[in-house]
Design a protein around this ligand. Structure first.
Ligand code: SAM
Length: 167
């Protein structure tokens, strides 16, 4: 059951500390068909509607080579989320779970990620399928799908480390 910003039975909100300025930059804007959380998909699907990702200047050169990847990881800021719930009731039935055991948009740092299908690149605009965010959601980052990406930099020792951590 989707909500706007209401709090449900047994959910717990906390007083949040002043945020640290992580100096995030909104590098673009995502356009989707959804203007309400009540109709937005809860998770992405690769056969979902085509959405548009616009990358702003001065970041457009960051797209060089991206067309080589048919799937991308899109990272975005869920800008219309409350950020203070530590226990949430996704089923709105009194049963609660900790925020970090679910993928709710309501989190201390409301970062969303979706794996999308890249349909086309036209200058600074990408057409993708597989988003689940509201129209106008700010873009934080784009990365090649980790399963398609092979590191280009030379190997280094940590790449081969296995076993117990030194803690
Ligand atoms: N796929 C992402 C993830 O797992 O990190 C996001 C999942 S989250 C459950 C998706 C939901 O977030 C949507 O159904 C909608 O209710 C909500 N949402 C989408 N865009 C939002 C935005 N810009 N601000 C606040 N909530 C948003």
């Amino acid at each position: 059951m989707v909500r706007e910003n209401d709090i449900r039975e047994n959910e717990v909100a906390v007083d949040t500390p002043e945020p640290v300025d992580a100096r995030l930059t909104y590098i673009g804007r995502i356009s989707t068909p959804w203007t309400s959380r009540l109709t937005c998909p809860r998770q992405e699907r690769l056969d979902g509607p085509t959405c548009r990702i616009e990358v702003f200047e001065p970041w457009t050169q960051t797209l060089k080579g991206i067309e080589e990847f048919e799937r991308l990881e899109v990272i975005y800021w869920l800008d219309r989320s409350r950020r203070d719930l530590v226990l949430q009731s996704p089923g709105n039935n009194g049963a609660v779970l900790g925020t970090f055991s679910i993928r709710s948009p309501v989190r201390p740092n409301p970062i969303g990620t979706s794996n999308v299908q890249l349909e086309s690149v036209d200058g600074n605009v990408l057409a993708v399928r597989g988003l689940d965010c509201l129209d106008g959601t700010p873009l934080l980052d784009l990365k090649p799908d980790r399963n398609l990406f092979k590191p280009i930099a030379p190997p280094q020792p940590g790449d081969f480390e296995t076993g117990d951590a030194h803690m």
